[in-house]
Design a protein around this ligand. Structure first.
Ligand code: PLP
Length: 222
């Protein structure tokens, strides 16, 4: 199966209104070009320098989403072009992104990454940490970042019901946050959940953005 075929088959399973981020980390630019030729414009990467190198040589109408751990000292390499940083897990990081985006006179869209999975290795804010970040209110004064929604990963487990419970929890939390902090802010609308192995469950539980890598590009060789 080609990248174009894989892309078409993933797309065919997504209801209207669900955005597909093609996670191209570790894959060469030629595969991104294949997906681009098949109409894909939204790509996600996990390493800032890798994303910057690809963005440099690929078409400028690609929207790049960053989904990995952000090293503050590398923000400068993506600040001029990154569309959305999905992995925001602190106020400090929001401030840094704001500062760098200001230098380019632009706004970087952000998703707050929520930690709900069982694994301790996953990054992100617990629901409580997320609420205290939002209650601080400081983010409202940051003119060059915009909080547009939440991102989460479910546990890496064959237990479908557990995965479903986690996505359900995130969706409830998302609705609560929207009501409490973003009632007058229609841009807060993105719920980014689900990867190759669990995106159909995420979609069934209300995700409107999925991040799919291996089902499109094949296995990664690290
Ligand atoms: C790698 C990655 C994905 C995609 O994973 P696949 O299993 O290849 O679909 C999605 N989200 C994040 C945050 C990732 O790091």
């Amino acid at each position: 199966m080609s990248v174009a075929d894989n892309l078409a088959s993933v797309r065919s399973t997504l209801p209207e209104g669900v955005e597909l981020v093609a996670i191209s980390k570790y894959h060469p630019k030629e595969m991104i070009e294949e997906a681009y030729a098949a109409g894909q414009r939204l790509f996600g990467e996990n390493h800032i320098l890798e994303m910057a190198a690809k963005a440099d040589v690929l078409p400028k109408d690609i929207r790049w989403h960053f989904t990995g751990h952000v090293q503050t000292n590398k923000i400068k390499y993506m600040a001029s072009f990154v569309d959305t940083v999905q992995s925001v897990d602190s106020l400090r990081l929001l401030r840094e992104l704001d500062k760098h985006a200001a230098r380019h006179d632009r706004v970087i869209k952000c998703l707050l990454q929520l930690h709900v999975a069982q694994e301790e290795t996953k990054f992100g804010l617990t629901p409580d940490e997320c609420l205290s970040l939002l209650r601080s209110g400081e983010w409202r004064r940051l003119a060059h970042v915009s909080i547009d929604g939440l991102m989460a990963m479910a546990s890496n487990t064959p237990d479908v019901e557990q995965v479903r419970r986690e996505f359900r929890l995130v969706r409830q939390f998302f609705l609560g946050v929207k009501e409490e902090f973003f009632a007058d802010a229609p841009h807060f609308r993105i719920l980014s959940e689900g990867m190759t192995q669990d995106y159909p469950i995420a979609v069934a539980e209300g995700a409107n953005m999925v991040r799919v890598g291996s089902a499109i590009f094949g296995e990664r060789s690290y």
